[in-house]
Write a protein that binds this ligand. Sequence first.
Ligand SMILES: O=C(CO)COP(=O)(O)O
Length: 256
Amino acid sequence: MTKTVRPLLAGNWKMNGTRASLDQIKAIADGVKAPLSEKIDTLLCPPATLLYVATALCDDSPLAIGAQDCHQQVSGAHTGDISAEMIADCFGTHVIVGHSERRRNHAESDMLVRAKAQAAHDAGLIAIICIGETAYERNSGQTLDVLKRELIGSIPDGSTAQTTVVAYEPVWAIGTGVVPTQENVEEAHAFIRAELIQRFGKEGANMRILYGGSVSGANARDLLEVPHVNGVLVGGQSLKAADFLAIYAAFERQFA
Ligand SMILES: O=C(CO)COP(=O)(O)O
């Protein structure tokens, strides 16, 4: 199937990485090269402590750097939080919002995720808005209802293909080594695409929908073949340059 939407390979380091890991970021930045880098976008989201140094390291590379969360307000008395403005100030270009680990561990609601995505847009950042069902929700037949509720609740009005990426991350596939079948991924992505088109029209047709959950160099190509999979959001396999670049190689075979 022809893919008209520009693919995105994104890495999420979660709460991993110290200054000692900067050489991995540098190796990824060096490994992301033309001609493929002219056809796909690449992004790494290290912890906030490394953000500013990472953007400096990637000065000459097509690799973009983003953050993993932001506060919904621009500034103020919010100890421990960082704002979208601060991310932009460090030359970050993207921010992940609504990751299931934040929804679960910090009780983030759809409404809060939507406010964070809006803050990202207001600061000129691309918001990567995560959605996905738990094992219980899937096993009880609620997957599409959950996706619909999270899509409606978490994506701000006025979102465009330029400002917004949706990441479908089934919670049961995150960090487990369990990857859904191509049929499961296709069903979810086709459903998300239809919902996005219904709400955002042409913008919804062009918004990128990433798959996330136990992506590796071994399975990336199969996932990228699925209709409406416009890239992947990678956790564990983005920490080491060799693993991340193996996924980049899968993109090369698919999109070069
Ligand atoms: O949560 C994820 C990316 O945001 C996926 O993590 P893993 O690739 O480690 O399963």
